[in-house]
Design a binder for this molecule. Structure first.
Ligand code: FE2
Ligand code: FE2
Length: 265
């Protein structure tokens, strides 16, 4: 935290521009403004296909801290070292640990994949098939491959808001608590605004998967959000969730996984 750049930002689906020129020529990418807002410590983007995949991307690995892959729509198939091919669909989430040898082997034309990485830029190396070896426990670093499937992971009660429930995406376990990712939805109609509060953390990204909601961000005003919109909730920013539609689903990614919350008078 300290003086590290971490600014409030909003990226709106309605104004979104998908651009080519990323890592893969058959994909277009929408940047969600997180890299700029966090001074490059994090990056979030959505990719979608420009054309049918020309075969696999080729086996490669990245050197980074965290890589979360969340499928928004369509189907994608990845291959991971000893874990083999994994086909994922809407709501499925993968943690790709640093150094795991992988490739994308297929994706449907309508596929949209949200990817969140830290840091924002990292080296990529083409390589042959190798098994993934988790960091030695003596290093204190936890970095595991994990797949959380929407069909297999139930929504459970939300620790902070009884009218909400959430689905854990396995990221806290895979990263030893460095990062958490979950999808929340209403268990019952929202009883009223949450009240102004703030969280003590290093990073918090909110992405609206479905429905609509509105936050009061104090000096930044009231922000109405709809599916596809993304907010960088800068650390410590006071905010009040004013309303969310009953069908609203929000994907939230935080670092660390556990953090304090205090009400703001
Ligand atoms: Fe990759
Ligand atoms: Fe909050």
């Amino acid at each position: 935290m300290g003086n590290l750049l971490n600014e409030f930002s909003v990226s709106r689906a309605r104004e979104a521009e998908f651009e080519s020129g990323g890592l893969r020529s058959f994909l277009e990418y929408r940047d969600l403004g997180i890299k700029k807002a966090t001074g490059g410590r994090w990056r979030a983007s959505i990719s979608h296909s420009l054309q049918a995949m020309p075969g696999g991307t080729g086996l490669h690995r990245h050197a980074l801290d965290v890589q979360v892959v969340f499928v928004l729509q369509g189907q994608a198939t990845f291959e991971y070292g000893q874990y083999g091919e994994v086909e994922v669909g809407p709501g499925d989430c993968i943690h790709q640990p640093s150094g795991i040898v992988h490739q994308q082997t297929d994706r449907t034309a309508d596929c949209m994949v949200l990817e969140v990485v830290s840091p924002g830029d990292f080296p990529t190396e083409e390589t042959g098939l190798e098994d993934y070896v988790e960091p030695d426990p003596s290093s204190g670093v936890v970095s595991r491959y994990s797949v959380s499937r929407a069909a297999d992971t139930p929504f459970t009660s939300h620790p902070l808001r009884p009218w909400l429930e959430r689905r854990d995406l396995g990221i806290a376990a895979a990263t030893g608590g460095r990062v958490n990712a979950h999808v929340s939805r209403c268990r019952e109609p929202m009883p009223g605004p949450t009240g102004l509060h703030r969280h003590d953390l290093d990073f918090q990204m909110v992405f609206v998967v479905a429905g609509t909601c509105a936050f009061d961000y104090g000096p930044h005003g009231v922000v109405e959000l709809e599916a596809g919109d993304c907010v960088n909730q800068a650390p410590g920013i006071p905010h009040d969730l004013l309303r969310r539609s009953e069908d609203c689903q929000i994907l939230e990614i935080t670092s660390p996984a556990e953090f304090g919350t205090e009400d703001v008078a």
